[in-house]
Design a protein around this ligand. Structure first.
Ligand SMILES: [Zn+2]
Length: 434
């Protein structure tokens, strides 16, 4: 399987290991899409985040049990994304408890989250219409869910090869909700829990001052921040995320334990990364606003946008997960809405109507197909797809047009460093084939 070499090299971020961050704090990396953190007190354990599958949670718990046998009594969710909340039943050790008697551990374990937990999930209310089918199919493509682990390489913030049994199966409702910064004593640890809106509005971070360890959820990981997810997400507040990075910098942490990718050791390294992360978000906002005020359309703004030179080559700002152009377009849509400002767009032709006009203009479908095949051969993959799309939209030369598009998608998949884009291209190509 071919892929962008930097995306393959990015797999070092997901080497499977239970890291000892201190004698009492452990972090499981590479077992699942997200990391799990353990704080071992004298009589019990606090767990932060729980992965996306009960199988991954079981694998992590089995390795953790080689370190400590103490009961897990508190779970903290940093936010509501499914890859952080879906292994909780395993860590609550409900099954073990049930073997001993009728008491269900699930009712006894404390689960802490923010008061606006679930704020990023649009499809939780079954009473109202929601594009759940669209979200599901787009999410499958985003994460390359039915691709082989080899094809997937990785998912940008987690390994490509990881268990899928029990996906979404082990969620437990929070029992305790945080509405402002609080200090809690759990298992002898003094923990500061602070609201920290960033990748989602419902984030909380956990600060263990006694050991200078910050558990930052998904407000930092080793990839450009995912300010827009192509699976389909509501607008993410760019300014709030940048402000939260200032809040995280103020802790002056010695160890940063993020929700994805490797922990970072050393206050200088942490300060550099959090500062650069904040400045990258601010740079996308500033350049997008400049383009908007100059009357440019979102596609042109995104195409021209570049991070400042001091940020552009930072390995942790590479677009393994988030994408600078997608972020810029999300900012445009999130602040000015879908209308690009050009009055032509107000009465835009449907793709099918535009395709018929275009095909007539170029002298017929056969000519257009020849041009699409030529573009594919020339390595002009985007143009090849745009030509093929017109034949598909007009219901003409469908099989050949699909073949061109599949070929272009597979070529582009191997050229991109962005894991969601790669996975989306490859799964879309397979769907066209079927
Ligand atoms: Zn996550």
């Amino acid at each position: 399987m071919t892929a962008h070499p930097d995306l393959i090299a990015h797999n070092t971020q997901f080497e499977k290991k239970l890291h000892a961050l201190s004698p009492t704090v452990y972090t499981a990396v590479g077992y699942a899409a997200s990391n799990v953190h353990f704080l071992i007190g004298d009589e019990g354990v606090v767990v932060i985040d729980t992965t996306e599958t009960t199988q991954a949670a079981q694998n992590i718990l089995a390795d953790f049990r080689k370190v400590s046998q103490l009961p897990i009594r508190t779970i903290i969710y940093t936010h509501s994304h499914r890859d952080h909340i879906s292994g909780a039943t395993v860590f609550s050790e409900q099954q073990a408890q049930q073997l001993k008697g009728p008491q269900v551990r699930q009712n006894k374990i404390e689960v802490i989250a923010a008061d606006n937990f679930m704020s990023d999930l649009v499809n939780v209310d079954q009473q109202r219409p929601a594009p759940n089918t669209a979200l599901l199919s787009r999410t499958k493509r985003h994460f390359g869910i039915s691709l082989s682990p080899d094809e997937r390489i990785n998912i940008g913030i987690g390994p490509g090869d990881r268990p899928m049994n029990g996906l979404g199966a082990g969620y437990i409702e929070p029992t305790h909700r945080i509405s402002e910064t609080v200090t809690l004593i759990r298992e002898g640890f003094e923990l500061e829990l602070a609201k920290a809106p960033g990748e989602t509005p419902d984030h909380i971070v956990v600060w263990l001052a006694s050991q200078q360890i910050l558990f930052s959820g998904d407000n930092y990981y080793h990839a450009f921040p995912n300010l827009y997810a192509i699976r389909g997400t509501p607008y993410r507040d760019f300014d709030a995320w940048a402000d939260t990075l200032d809040q995280l910098l103020a802790y002056n942490a010695a160890i940063l334990a993020p929700g994805h990718t490797q922990p970072i050791i050393g206050s200088d390294a942490i300060r550099e990364r959090l500062t650069d992360y904040r400045d990258a978000i601010r740079a996308v906002v500033a350049q997008t606003v400049k383009g908007m005020n100059a009357g440019l359309d979102p596609v042109t703004i995104a195409d021209e946008l570049q991070l400042p030179e001091n940020l552009a080559n930072k390995p942790y700002l590479k677009e393994f997960y988030g994408h600078i152009g997608y972020a810029s377009r999300a900012y445009f849509a999130g602040t000015l809405g879908w209308f690009d400002g050009n009055p032509t767009s107000l009465g835009q032709l449907t793709p099918a109507a535009e395709a018929h006009q275009f095909i007539n203009l170029v002298g017929g479908a056969a000519k257009l197909l020849t041009a699409a095949k030529q573009a594919l051969e020339n390595g002009e993959y985007q143009w090849a797809m745009e030509l093929a799309d017109r034949l598909i939209a007009a219901d003409l030369e469908i099989a050949d047009a699909r073949a061109v598009k599949m070929g272009a998608l597979r070529q582009l998949a191997d050229l991109t460093i962005n894991a969601p884009t790669r996975n989306y291209y490859l799964l879309s190509a397979r769907e066209l084939e079927e």
